[in-house]
Write a new protein. Structure first.
Length: 275
C-alpha cells in the first residue's frame, strides 16, 4: 500500500458517457503528483473484468495508448500507486514489482485499495508497507496467513497488505455459506465487515478505501478503526452521483463531488445501469 502523505489513488466510473476521458484525466494525475510507481486499469466488457497493470508510469508505457483504445466499457476501475522512499534500495525495488500493483483479481473478483494497515503508539505510526519485515508485524502476519486458505496462499505474489486482505476476504467468502446465500452486494458487504472485525481483533489499525467487484456487483467502502487527526484528511473518497452515472475518486476529479463519511459503504448492481 502507500504512505499517508500523498498516498495512492483509486477511481471508479459507472455509466458516464465520458468515462474513458475521466480515466485519462485520473491517470494523468501521476504527471504532477507523486503517484509514479505504476498504475492499473480494469474494465467490465463482454461480461468479464479485463485487467491491465504495469509498475511504470503510463507516460513511459508503450502499451498504454493501445490499452485505452481497446476499452469499450461503461464501467472502469483504476489505481495509481506510490511507494514510500526508504533507505534500503533493495526493499524499494521489491516494492516496485508489478505484482504489488493493483487491481488484484481472481476469477470474477476484482479488488483495489487505497490506504494502509498500521501500528500506532504515543510517538509515531508504523505502516505495514515500510515495516512488514520487522517483528512488530510478525504476529499479524501469522494470524492473517493462518486464515487464508491454502489455494489462495499459493497465489500470493507480492508483499502488500492489500493482497493479503484480498485473499483473506476470498477465504472468508469461501468458508461461509451465509455470504453466498445473500444477494451478491449484501454478501460482499457482510463479508467485508467480518474482514474488518478480523483486522480489529488482530491488534492492527487500518485506514483505507476499497473497491471490490464480483461480476456485475460492486462495493465501495471508506473504512477506519483509528480516530487520529493524522488520517482524517489524508485518505479521502469523493462521490459524484447523477442520472448520468457515478464517479468515485480519491480526489475531487469532477464537480460537484461529495466526500464519503468514514466507515460508510456504497453498493452498485450494474444490471440497474443497463451495462
Amino acid at each position: 500500500m502507500c504512505i499517508f502523505n500523498n498516498m495512492c489513488q483509486l477511481f471508479l466510473s459507472i455509466k458516464k458517457e465520458n468515462g474513458k476521458q475521466l480515466l485519462e484525466k485520473f491517470v494523468d494525475k501521476s504527471k504532477k503528483g507523486p503517484f509514479k510507481d505504476g498504475y492499473g486499469i480494469a474494465w467490465y466488457q463482454h461480461d468479464n473484468w479485463n485487467v491491465y497493470k504495469n509498475n511504470i508510469q503510463h507516460i513511459n508505457d508503450t502499451k498504454y495508448n493501445n490499452v485505452i483504445e481497446n476499452i469499450h466499457s461503461d464501467v472502469i476501475i483504476a489505481h495509481l500507486r506510490r511507494v514510500y522512499d526508504g533507505p534500503n534500495k533493495k526493499e524499494i525495488l521489491e516494492e516496485k514489482r508489478v505484482e504489488n500493483n493493483h487491481p488484484f483479481y481472481y476469477n470474477d473478483w476484482l479488488f483495489v485499495l487505497h490506504g494502509d494497515v498500521f501500528l500506532l503508539d504515543k510517538h509515531d505510526y508504523y505502516i505495514f508497507q515500510k515495516h512488514h519485515n520487522e517483528d512488530m508485524f510478525k504476529d499479524f502476519l501469522l494470524k492473517i496467513m493462518e486464515n487464508i486458505l491454502p489455494k489462495y496462499r499459493k497465489l500470493i505474489k507480492g508483499k502488500t497488505d492489500s493482497e493479503l486482505i484480498f485473499y483473506l476476504f476470498l477465504s472468508m467468502w469461501d468458508n461461509s455459506s451465509k455470504y453466498q446465500k445473500m444477494d451478491p452486494q449484501n454478501g460482499m458487504f457482510i463479508c467485508l465487515i467480518d474482514v474488518l472485525d478480523f483486522l480489529q481483533k488482530s491488534g492492527v489499525n487500518y485506514s483505507f478505501n476499497i473497491i471490490i467487484a464480483k461480476g456485475k456487483s460492486i462495493l465501495v467502502s471508506r473504512n477506519s478503526n483509528s480516530n487520529t487527526v493524522l488520517l482524517e484528511n489524508k485518505i479521502n473518497l469523493f462521490v459524484n452521483k447523477s442520472e448520468n452515472g457515478v464517479v468515485v475518486c480519491s480526489s475531487r476529479l469532477v464537480t460537484p463531488s461529495k466526500k464519503m463519511k468514514q466507515n460508510s459503504f456504497l453498493l452498485f448492481n450494474l444490471n440497474k445501469y443497463s451495462i
